[in-house]
Design a protein around this ligand. Sequence first.
Ligand SMILES: [Ca+2]
Ligand SMILES: [Ca+2]
Ligand SMILES: [Ca+2]
Length: 596
Amino acid sequence: MNKLKNKNGGKHSTETSKSKKETNNENPENKNQKTKVKKSQTKSHNKTAKIVIIAVIVILILAILAIILFNIFSKKVKDHVQLELGTQELKIQDFLTDEKYAENAEFVTDISQIDLNKVATYEITIKLNDKEYTSILDVKDTTAPQVKFQDVDGYTDYQINPEDFIAEKTDASNMEVSLGNEVTINGFGEYHPLIIVKDEYGNETSQECLLNISYIKSKFILEYGNKLTKEDLLFNVAEYQDTINQQDIDTINSYDIGEYDLKSVYDGQEKITKITIQDTIAPELVLKDVTLYTEQSITDTNQFVEKAEDLAGVTLNILTEIDYSIVGDQEVTIEAVDGHGNKTSQTAKLTIKEDTEGPVFSGISDLKVTKGGTADYKKGVTAKDGKDGDVEFTVDSSSVKLDTAGTYYATYTATDKAGNTTTSKRKIVVSEKSTASSSSSSSSSSGDVYAKADEFIAKATSGVSGTANKILAIKNYLRNNIKYSHRYNASNTGSVNAAAMKAFTAYEGDCYIHAAAAQVMFTRLGVQSIIVNALDYTHYWNMVYINGGWKHVDPTPGWAYADVGFMNDAKRLETLRRINGYEYRDWDRSKFPVAN
Ligand SMILES: [Ca+2]
Ligand SMILES: [Ca+2]
Ligand SMILES: [Ca+2]
């Protein structure tokens, strides 16, 4: 160590002696310069310039140093920050003296724990350029409540409730409403209560309001389409009804949006009540879900609508763009807008499904044929598809031997457009001549018909209550499900039961078939009923005994048998006469009861 120190010391002393040597060397030159200065002023100017330059450099260095020091030690984070109660968000900029620091600053304190909706003081730590600073945050309520005051109408028994004079009020803290002056109500006249709204921290908003004590309101808002009555306006109708002229009320058209002045007179003094007609009620909208098959589309927004009503009329808008490529459920939003822009929107479900179900056969009951007879396999049979409606079908009866008594099966096949196939086997019984009559319909016993009728009643009246409603439901069911056709008619069906059976198995027939089916169903329902025929036998329908009297009902669908509910004689005659070419179709009044 000593050795090293000595070595360094030695080196140092060498340099010193060298510099001394240089200094010594300058001495003669200095002497020479001094001599020259006296001789020349120019040389002196050069020296002054040098000093100035050096001074400038020093000042510059000091300035740079000052800036560096300022940047190091100047205040970047505020010691104290005050925010108003209810401020939406705590921002780091609020704590910085300049926004430019924000990019290098972050909260150390967990600010999710800070509730700006509560008056409180917090200590907030902020990290800026890896250095931590502490700031005090005060959340305070210094803002007075925002209040919309309103005038009040009242009768002589009105007791001041300050809240009555407030239409709207908002503040970040809780508010109390109070009366700031003493108001004594003594009879009709104008009073001026001072209403004060004060927040939890003493900030307040106040206003002198108007209290109108009278027999009548000074203003009234009438809902569009509603009827204005004296009860709406007068506090005591019995006593003051004569103050308003009914004719004046009648001139106010509530289907015309706007303001009206309504005059009333009491004690020789005229008073005006402002009537404002407004439509504030949005349409009533009830939707229903819709199911479509692929390749089908919605053609009318009304397909989703169960009910859309408003006194000012309704326009429907579909707000969802339906994606027909989605197989399954999607939500569809529909908006109903009234004539004054009030809107209601509701959502319904649209289900798009692939057609994966084959057609459904009906009318495939056991077929009884006498040995050696013929069988019409297609008669009375239909194949109905959920998507395609009625479709063609084929019958394979190759194994049936009509010339040999026995039991056989025919195979029915139907295919829809999507390629779904349904096959159904039908029992064919070929019997000896002696054991059965030739008519296949004769095989129907009354028991079969009643069982069928009960089955049809169950379908027709599902969810329907009350006898009258059930009668109409049966009538509608027959109209909608038993096709009108002349294939089976009064001349080839015989008894009521046999005719009804045609309806229940073949799903088609003329008016007699429909009336017979209704007759059996009404009877099974426990309703007294008769079949009525037109004088010329060109039409059949029913009469039922309901609610203590007879009424006509017509279960036949189609062109002219007016689809009305229960009909009295006059209505029945009117609906029959509506038919072209049967101007005077009537029935024999002496044979049938009177329907009033
Ligand atoms: Ca406040
Ligand atoms: Ca409306
Ligand atoms: Ca199908």
